[in-house]
Design a protein around this ligand. Structure first.
Ligand code: ATP
Ligand code: MG
Length: 420
């Protein structure tokens, strides 16, 4: 017996019973995104490794330990499976000069890859929908992105998602804050965990994001970035809050929100639920005004977010959101030689009228076929024996309600089915 081959750890198959929920989600977001004028951008799943190192930042979880990086054996190129979508999006926008024709509202959707420890809500291949608004400088666009998320939660029937916002200010104000934070944390050096000690010199702001409760105690007394904020960033942050308030969007200011990627400045936000344990952030984003220039484009402001589809679907499941209905309308059963030819015409004719039709395959007597029809979840069976077939007719039997079986001309079948 050959050894069975299994899927790669942390990378999941999405089986038909689950994928109806995925399709419902996908249909919903398409209409939702169109409603705000965001257009789809599709980029390759593999990029040059440098793109992610330069954009996400060298001292981040993703670049330090989560990327699937490999050398292409055939030409020696250093490549990486995308761990997130913003870098690729910005790369494509620069490469195709999309900002030449003005600011762009874009979105992408698809698999991302991070070598993390697999657990509930955390996988090595997972899926994101990302929304990016490029070339817009004002807080109105930050607000638009947040407001559209709030609408999506309503559309998907997900209650109780909390919005946390903060601001990282400008590069200058952040560097002033950085030194203040370092001096503060150095006083507690003996109590810092290993991660925090390592980050103290390289990326101290990330310590604020620590999941270790012992660090939280130390951080409670830490200086706040909000107090070192430059005037423009403060005005931007206040304007954003004013729009959110005027639109009835509740939020909390979370001073410890710094996000795991280096490219953010000013506004950062996360949508968090308490229903998924430690993996509670379902959507996260912010402004990244420096990134386009940082990877070689003409400087332009930008803002965006990405949501984790698996986590959102887990919430939809939790709230009993039903999957898209995939049961057929009609299951066609047939027995006999003439019927075996006529059944094709029946199925195609009903499909012409928009019905979902399963044509029985695999033979068997009527009784066995009717069992399959019932198990398919179809509302009706179209029954074709040779005498029906010779007369160009079908017998229609309701599978869900007690009703007389009726025999009709094929030409009248669609109208009849539509009326029952
Ligand atoms: P976390 O703190 O949970 O690791 P993150 O800050 O690394 O999240 P982002 O890079 O901001 O996450 O990605 C945006 C969203 O993508 C997250 O809020 C989450 O919903 C989802 N996500 C991130 N990593 C994973 C993963 N490994 N598996 C499933 N979903 C993920
Ligand atoms: Mg992470």
């Amino acid at each position: 017996m050959p050894e069975t081959i299994r899927a790669v750890r942390g990378m999941n198959d999405i089986l038909p019973d689950e994928s109806s929920l995925w399709e419902l989600f996908e249909d919903t977001i398409r209409t939702w995104l169109a409603g705000y004028g965001y257009r789809n951008l599709r980029t390759p799943i593999v990029e040059q490794t440098d793109l992610f190192v330069r954009s996400i930042g060298e001292v981040t979880d993703i670049v330090e330990k989560e990327m699937y990086t490999f050398v292409d054996q055939l030409n020696g190129e250093n490549l990486t499976l995308r761990p997130e979508g913003t870098a690729s999006c910005v790369r494509a926008v620069i490469e195709h000069n999309l900002l030449y024709s003005g600011p762009q509202r874009l979105y992408y959707s698809g698999p991302m890859f991070r070598h993390e420890r697999p657990q509930k809500g955390r996988y090595r291949q997972f899926h994101q929908v990302g929304v990016e608004a490029l070339g817009f400088a004002g807080p109105d666009i930050d607000a638009e992105l947040i407001i559209m998320c709030a609408r999506l939660w309503r559309l998907l029937g997900i209650p109780d998602v909390r919005l946390e916002i903060s601001t990282l200010g400008s590069t200058e104000s952040r560097s002033i804050y950085r030194s203040r934070l370092i001096s503060y944390l150095e006083k507690f050096y003996g109590d810092l965990d290993e991660d925090a000690r390592r980050r103290l010199k390289t990326n101290p702001l990330r310590i604020l994001d620590s999941k270790n409760p012992a660090m939280h105690e130390i951080l409670a007394g830490a200086p706040r970035l909000l107090d070192d904020l430059d005037e423009d960033s403060l005005a931007h942050f206040e304007a954003l809050q004013a729009i959110l308030r005027s639109q009835g969007i509740n939020f909390e200011i979370n001073n410890r929100l710094v996000r795991g990627l280096d490219y953010y400045n000013r506004t950062v936000f996360e949508w968090v639920t308490d229903k998924l344990g430690a993996q509670g952030t379902i959507c996260a984003g912010g402004r990244y005004d420096g990134l386009i220039a940082q990877i070689g484009g003409k400087p332009a402001p930008a803002c965006g977010f990405a949501m984790g589809i698996e986590r959102i679907l887990a919430l939809m499941d939790e709230n009993g959101t039903v999957g898209a209905h995939t049961a057929p309308d009609v299951y066609v059963v047939h027995q006999g030689e003439v019927a075996a030819r006529f059944c094709w015409k029946v199925a195609e004719t009903l499909r012409d009228s928009g019905f979902k039709v399963i044509l029985h395959s695999g033979g068997g007597n009527f009784k066995a076929q009717m069992k399959k029809a019932d198990a398919s979840g179809a509302r009706f069976a179209a029954i074709i024996g040779d005498d029906e077939a010779e007369a160009g007719q079908i017998s229609i039997k309701s599978l869900r309600e007690a009703a007389e079986q009726v025999r009709v001309d094929l030409a009248r079948a669609a109208a009849l089915l539509g009326n029952i």
